[in-house]
Design a protein around this ligand. Structure first.
Ligand SMILES: Nc1ncnc2c1ncn2[C@@H]1O[C@H](COP(=O)(O)OP(=O)(O)OP(=O)(O)O)[C@@H](O)[C@H]1O
Ligand SMILES: [Mg+2]
Length: 535
């Protein structure tokens, strides 16, 4: 279980200074609070021998001072430690996002978006709870219990032994509940992932659902899943609902024991009243930290379960990397002329990638003996029936699919694996077959991937049906585009999302979209750039 948490250590280390001050605040908060029963003890023992005005004022002020001191440090402790957990959450979310951006295309084919979203939200939050409140409360419990124990033994070792009698039962209980909470929470999160994925697919596929009149069926399915989610959550709540009262009962029993045995000692004159009251106050003050322990176990179990789920993403390695890069190009920025060559290329989607289950390898072989030489500065259109491999062919150029098993793809006479991946892609303007718009202004969508300098922007504009220049576009169409292109009219989508990333400056432009009137509004190709069109 601890192994799940190992990836968090660099983050904790990064905030070691804050954690140090947080730890000092924990020590001070509890160090001061532990004195509270001592003040009461002295007050009662002292006042027993005679009540004076001075004594009353002194002890009242002492109680106030202890409470104020504790309050200040408790505030600092929460501020620092909960703050650290927010900072770590921020870092972890950014790292997770960066990692997701580096993963290759195939990962997103295998993984549902909703599942990733659930992990980046719900699970990350569970991890934050573990790093913030869980660490803070367990540190408080540890320090306060240790301090209280020392004072309690000082007052009466025999009573202390009785008071801590239920502790083994408490620890067995916590272990038992902890394991169950962990399992149930894992199942709940898996369910949450399913629901998120389903919701996300429903929104993106809204048109398909409407076209097939599947609204009611989908709503029904969503309701069933939600009911299942509620049922599972209630099972967890029931378990947690049992944990706290059970702990309280055990602690209550200990208090009864102490009242009975301690009270007898007081009557027999073996214990002073002040000592007994202090002892009893320690027991009462210990109730919350020990109950908090139960809560912490719960958060901790959720946190480790969630961190395990986040690790599953962090463990993924991009399948397409710079591995085979030529040493002379490492760390250099590359400017491509744009001559593309396919040399006897054969491409097979791996058997388990094949869209139809059980597809034979022969059928999954999409490209065979492709020999092509596209000189720099020329345009090429590839025509063929649906599923003949046009998109696949084009996807090989920016290495969206990795290099073929046989043959090779070359640019400017060098195998594409020679180039650093980022450099290769920076040189290629690519319009995917499936259009996608970010939820941003049309202007920002057009400028995606291009530095926002105006001249190239204007060059890549305007499609015939949209206002004439980016400037008028800004005022007349400032609208934010909806979540996905599916809700915008296809012609607008094609034209808006068509500007290939970095089109104005890239040497190679590839387009997988047949309907796109690219030549109408992209700049005339500079000499030394080639274009490939394929549907
Ligand atoms: N990720 C993938 N995994 C497995 N097989 C795939 C994958 N992508 C495409 N294929 C298969 O490869 C073949 C070629 O697909 P591709 O998309 O390249 O065809 P296309 O010529 O672009 O078709 P269209 O005209 O419909 O755009 C098809 O049989 C398709 O089912
Ligand atoms: Mg295609």
């Amino acid at each position: 279980m601890f192994k799940n948490l190992r990836p968090l250590s660099p983050y904790l280390w990064k905030y070691r200074r804050d954690l140090f001050f947080g730890a000092i605040s924990v020590l001070l908060t509890n160090g001061i609070w532990i004195l509270f029963p001592q003040v009461i003890r002295r007050a009662i023992n002292d006042l027993n021998s005679g009540v004076t005005r001075e004594k009353l004022i002194t002890y009242s002020l002492l109680v106030l001072a202890v409470a104020a001191g504790k309050g200040i440090f408790q505030f600092l402790c929460r501020w620092i430690l909960i703050g650290v957990s927010r900072d770590i959450e921020f870092d972890l979310r950014n790292d997770l996002f960066r990692h997701l951006e580096h993963l290759s295309y195939d990962y997103y084919q295998r993984t549902r978006t909703g599942d990733i979203m659930a992990r980046a939200t719900n699970d990350l939050n569970a991890v934050r709870m573990m790093l913030g409140p869980a660490i803070m409360y367990s540190a408080n419990t540890l320090v306060f219990t240790t301090g209280a124990l020392i004072f309690m033994v000082g007052i009466s070792p025999r009573l202390t032994a009785w008071a801590f009698l239920p502790l083994p039962a408490v620890s067995i209980l916590i272990q038992y509940f902890g394991r169950k909470i962990h399992d149930r929470f894992e199942r709940i999160q898996a369910m949450f992932s399913d629901i998120s994925a389903r919701a996300q697919e429903n929104f993106t596929g809204a048109r398909v659902i409407r076209a097939y009149v599947q609204e009611d069926a989908e709503i029904e399915y969503f309701q069933t899943s939600n009911r299942e989610y509620i049922a599972r959550s209630l099972k967890l709540v029931r378990l947690m609902g049992m944990l706290w009262p059970t702990l309280e009962t055990l602690l209550g029993l200990a208090i009864v024991l102490v009242l009975w045995l301690g009270g007898r000692d007081v009557l027999l004159g073996k214990l002073r009243v002040g000592d007994f009251v202090a002892f009893h106050t320690y027991m009462v003050l210990l109730t919350w930290p020990i109950i908090a322990l139960g809560w912490v176990i719960n958060i901790y179990q959720r946190g480790t379960a969630s961190m395990g789920r986040i690790n599953e993403i962090l463990k993924q390695k991009p399948t397409i990397t710079d591995a085979a890069m030529a040493t002379d190009l490492v760390g250099k920025s590359v400017g491509l002329r744009g001559e593309i060559e396919f040399r006897d290329v054969e491409f097979t989607f791996s058997a388990d990638d094949a869209t139809t289950a059980g597809t034979q390898v022969e059928r999954a072989r999409v490209l065979r003996h492709i020999n092509l030489k596209i000189p720099a500065g020329s345009s090429l259109a590839i025509v063929g029936p649906t599923g003949s491999g046009k998109t696949t062919l084009v996807n090989l150029i920016p290495r969206i699919y990795d290099t073929p098993k046989r043959g090779m793809v070359l640019i400017d006479g060098r195998p594409i694996t020679d180039f650093p991946l980022a450099e290769l892609r920076r040189n290629i303007g690519f319009v995917p077959q499936e259009t996608f718009l970010f939820s941003d202004t049309i202007r920002a969508n057009i400028a995606f991937g291009v530095e926002l300098s105006r001249p190239p922007m204007r060059k890549s504009m305007p499609p015939p049906t949209l206002p004439a220049s980016p400037r008028t576009l800004k005022s007349s169409l400032p609208s934010t585009t909806p979540l996905s292109a599916s809700v915008v009219s296809p012609s607008v989508v094609d034209r808006n999302s068509a500007p290939p990333s970095r089109a104005p400056s890239s040497a190679i432009r590839t387009s997988s979209s047949w309907t796109m009137p690219l030549p109408a509004w992209t700049p005339t190709p500079k000499s030394g750039s080639s274009r490939t069109f394929a549907k």
